[in-house]
Ligand binder design. Structure first.
Ligand code: GAR
Length: 197
């Protein structure tokens, strides 16, 4: 079985979308894959409960317990490697990763970012898109490389920026699309049908 490990920091709605797609589309039967574990850097991440309710193993590696980024990443790698993952999916995981971490999972780690990359890497993407006068915003699923929010693009979805949008209303519109493209991109990877160029 190919194990997928999902890393979260908060609500975990993208994680839940992946878990639901895996069940609905029978990823176990079709791709020999399953979501094996959900790991959070925050003990209070709401997504941990959602995952536990879905019968998925959960773990917390609290970044506040570690003096350095390297020490945190080492503990995180240990927690991840306990599940021998074929794929690591970052789903609202709000930590910058060390080069050593990224290298360890090279070729088997993906992320979703709430902008149309390469526009607006980093934080506050929705407000920045509004402030820039963008008519379109969106989300990107990409492979993770050493550079933050870069790496080959696997999938994107665009939504309109509407008059009167706030960062919150735009984020909600983008999030509905994230829930579609992230499971689809992962299923594509599992099927060996990546659309990246
Ligand atoms: C999502 O919008 C995701 O794209 C974003 O955080 C949100 C998490 O929501 N990720 C980043 O900003 C990563 N830089 P969720 O916990 O409900 O999936």
């Amino acid at each position: 079985m190919k194990n997928i490990v999902i890393l979260i920091s908060g609500a975990g709605s993208n994680m839940a979308a992946i878990v639901q797609a895996a069940q609905r589309q029978d990823w176990a039967g079709r791709h020999g894959a399953r979501v094996a574990a959900v790991i959070s850097n925050r003990p209070d991440a709401a997504g941990l409960q959602t995952a536990a309710q879905a019968g998925i193993a959960t773990a917390v590696v609290d970044h506040k317990s570690f003096a350095t980024r390297e020490a945190f990443d080492a503990a995180l790698m240990q927690a991840i490697d306990a599940h021998a993952p074929a794929l690591v999916a970052l789903a609202g995981f709000m930590r910058v990763l060390t080069p050593g971490f990224v290298a360890r999972y090279a070729g088997r780690i993906v992320n979703i970012h709430p902008s149309l990359l390469p526009a607006f890497p980093g934080l506050h993407t929705h407000q920045r898109a509004i402030d820039a006068g963008c008519k379109l915003a969106g989300a990107t699923v990409h492979r993770v490389t050493a550079e933050l929010d870069h790496g080959p693009i696997l999938a994107q979805a665009a939504v309109p920026v509407l008059p009167g949008d706030t960062a919150d209303t735009l984020a909600a519109r983008v999030l509905t699309q994230e829930h579609l493209i992230y499971p689809r991109a992962i299923a594509g990877l599992l099927a060996g049908q990546s659309t990246e160029r």
